[in-house]
Design a binder for this molecule. Structure first.
Ligand code: GLU
Length: 410
């Protein structure tokens, strides 16, 4: 099943619960605009490299469209489409005044030099600059992109439209980035878990964790879990995995990875095959890397009690059903990883106000937003008598449908 089909399946299950008809369903599921641009650059070797960039603008009923730009070899129109739609539902779950979009360039960022990455970014912005903007569509970092790339987007966009830092979020602090944005997705994962565990009178420190992926989201989640007293027993990245049943020293590991770029050569832990991380005997499994990692072929091997979706769509619909039948609680991506876009919103607000918030304020607002969304999510689950993913979709769909109806057909 493709990523778009999987997202549609989750959408449809919930849209029926909130009583949407076929016509409204079609309107909400169909992307507003799909952009595909050729990005040809000169490589450092003097030869030419041609890449394909995508931006899918899914829905803008609730405000300007919002979502990251991904640089990864697996980027294709299907995946970008699914991710754009997930952004519409994510921004609605946490009730931000945004719609949803997503972009990506099919490339392997690890094979590109700094200069090549910059030229590629500028070529991509040249292709899409007329269709993005602070009141239209606001990109942000995602897999394979970071603050440095956002700075080049600001600069390239300025050539066409004047200096306008609110055109992207996740920028360096010096260019109008927000304090707290870099850690925000990982912090949101922590806050989401706090809210979930509190329901059972438990805390983050009461559990053991395995985290797949040690990029921005996975490493920040690990760091904050460890700081809260949780025991992170295993982490992996695209090259390998490490474990220590007594708990990894995450602060030391983060320092090590900043230098060495890979978790697998970290000395104070045992190596094991990265694929096995998903099946470890831990309380909490946190997929924080690619989509579609838990499928009907391997969902039966999961031993964790909770799955916290720090990645976007890590669980296929078939796996979702199998895990649900086994009583494994899944905190869905459109809530669990919404901390990033929530602080992106705060960055954009600061840019519009030409004002800077202190980090405590940012983190405090994030805590409030995640708490309020959790209360709404639980209420949706109770009133519809459904699992948390369906409840999150139902909550989001009803908000987007309401805005769409109020705006009318023009
Ligand atoms: N790429 C992140 C996500 O998938 C953040 C998007 C944003 O901040 O706009 O949620």
């Amino acid at each position: 099943m493709s990523a778009t089909e999987a997202t549609y399946r989750n959408f449809r299950r919930a849209s029926r619960l909130v009583g949407l008809g076929n016509r409204e369903e079609l309107q909400l599921i169909t992307p507003k605009r799909e952009i595909k641009v050729e990005c040809t650059i000169e490589l450092d070797t003097g030869t030419i490299g041609t890449y394909v960039g995508f931006r899918v603008q899914h829905d803008d009923a609730r405000g300007p469209m919002k979502g990251g730009i991904r640089y990864h070899p697996a980027v294709d129109p299907d995946e970008v489409n699914a991710l754009a739609s997930l952004m519409t539902w994510k921004t609605a779950v946490v009730d931000l005044p945004y719609g949803g979009a997503k972009g990506g360039v099919n490339c392997d960022p690890r094979q590109l030099t700094g200069g090549e990455t910059q030229r590629l970014t500028r070529a991509f912005v040249e292709g899409i600059h007329d269709l993005i903007g602070p009141d239209r569509d606001i990109p942000a970092p995602d897999m394979g992109t970071d603050a440095r790339i956002m700075a080049w987007i600001v600069d390239e966009y300025a050539k066409f439209h004047g200096y306008s830092p609110g055109v992207v979020t996740g920028k360096p602090i010096e260019l109008g980035g927000s304090l707290g944005r870099e850690a925000a997705t990982g912090r949101g994962v922590l806050l989401a878990m706090e809210n979930l565990f509190a329901e059972e009178g438990k805390e983050v420190k009461d559990f053991t964790y395995a985290i797949q992926g040690f990029g921005n989201v996975g490493s920040w989640a690990a760091r904050l879990i460890a700081e809260s007293g949780g025991t992170v027993v295993a982490v992996s990245d695209s090259r390998g995995a490490i474990r220590n049943p007594d708990g990894l020293d995450i602060a030391a590991l983060c320092e090590f990875v900043a230098r060495e770029r890979a978790v697998s050569s970290y000395p104070d832990a045992d190596n094991f095959p990265a694929d096995d991380l998903l099946y470890l005997d831990v309380d909490v499994l946190i997929p924080a890397a690619l989509g579609g990692v838990l499928t009907r072929h391997n969902a039966g091997d999961v031993r964790a009690r909770y799955i916290i979706e720090a990645a976007n769509h890590p669980v296929t619909p078939e796996a979702d059903e199998m895990l649900g039948e086994r009583g494994i609680v899944i905190l869905p991506d459109i809530y669990a990883n919404a901390g990033g876009v929530t602080v992106s919103y705060m960055e954009w607000v600061q840019n519009i106000q030409h004002y800077r918030w202190e980090e405590e304020r940012v983190n405090g607002e994030l805590r409030k937003t995640m708490k309020k969304a959790f209360i709404d999510l639980k209420e949706s689950a109770t009133s519809h008598g459904c699992d948390l993913r369906t409840a999150a979709f139902a909550l989001a769909i009803s908000r987007v449908a309401r805005a769409t109806a109020l705006r009318g057909i023009g």
